[in-house]
Design a protein around this ligand. Structure first.
Ligand SMILES: [Zn+2]
Length: 276
């Protein structure tokens, strides 16, 4: 046999031996795994603990794409504002999503505490009976426990991308931002605050307008001599008289004598919501 032939033979033998070694290792490892699963109290304690905890699993990262109609619009676009508008148009979805994450975080805190309280109870004598090295048992046990430890989703990210492609696709521009969970949560709370402010504001405006009673209206007309306070027109001139808020209610004006005056419809129309 030549030297080359010997080398090839050794090489072929090695190639044949490697799978045998791997198979033997797997057989032994699986036997050990089975023993540990059967005799580890810790492993079974964790399985039991896992079965008493439920986490939401339908939480995934979100991605939104916004198509801009010009480069200028793309440049001026705030991706944070897009996030707020997505929260606005999918309000129930976001409320549900964020509350599920909050619940997962709270539940996980409890689970984590309980998980950390558990420890291996196996003793060396017992392991000897099982015909497996103590160190091997502990190693496999800790790996196994780490593997079955629940790992729920405790956050999400939202990626928002905006883009513009020039006519005929000559130039293409884009920008994007990934919002981390805390940023999304802050944006959501900011949105809620603004929504509440808007509601309070429209409630204030409604109640202020409702204060204008027929008797108050008559008193103001009488005080002003049934004359438009800008042009002096009266009902006799064919003018229709209104009682007007000098500072509009929408700008914080009150329904009180000092903020009311008589105007004809022409002057009133010209005034609209302006403060003079
Ligand atoms: Zn007038």
């Amino acid at each position: 046999m030549s030297e080359t032939e010997i080398i090839l033979l050794v090489f072929a033998l090695c190639l044949a031996i490697v799978p045998v070694i791997i198979i033997c290792y797997l057989i032994i490892y699986n036997r050990h795994l089975k023993i540990v699963k059967e005799h580890s109290e810790l492993y079974n304690d964790i399985l039991l603990l896992n079965s008493s905890y439920n986490f939401y699993t339908d939480l995934s990262n979100l991605y939104y794409y916004v198509d801009c109609t010009s480069k200028r619009k793309l440049d001026n676009l705030s991706l944070y504002d897009i996030l707020i508008s997505k929260i606005d148009s999918n309000f129930n979805y976001f409320t549900d999503l964020l509350s599920k994450i909050q619940k997962n975080i709270k539940t996980y805190e409890l689970y984590f505490k309980e998980y950390n309280k558990l420890s291996s109870k196996i003793c060396e004598e017992k392991v000897k009976e099982l015909k497996i090295k103590f160190k091997t048992f502990i190693n496999i046990e800790s790996k196994l426990c780490e593997k079955i430890k629940l790992n729920p989703k405790l956050s999400i990210t939202i990626k928002i991308k905006a883009g513009y492609t020039s006519p005929k696709g000559r130039n293409s521009y884009s920008k994007d931002r990934t919002f981390q969970y805390m940023e999304v949560l802050n944006a959501y709370n900011e949105y809620l605050k603004l929504k509440k402010q808007k509601q309070e504001y429209s409630y204030k405006v409604r109640t202020e307008r409702a204060k204008m009673s027929d008797s108050l209206r008559y008193n103001i007309l009488k005080r002003d001599g049934f004359k438009c306070q800008i042009c002096g027109a009266t009902a006799r001139d064919g003018a229709k008289l209104h009682v007007d808020h000098i500072v509009p209610v929408s700008k914080g004006g009150k329904t009180v004598d000092s903020n009311l005056r008589t105007l004809c419809d022409r002057c009133n129309m010209g005034k609209s919501d302006k403060i003079e």
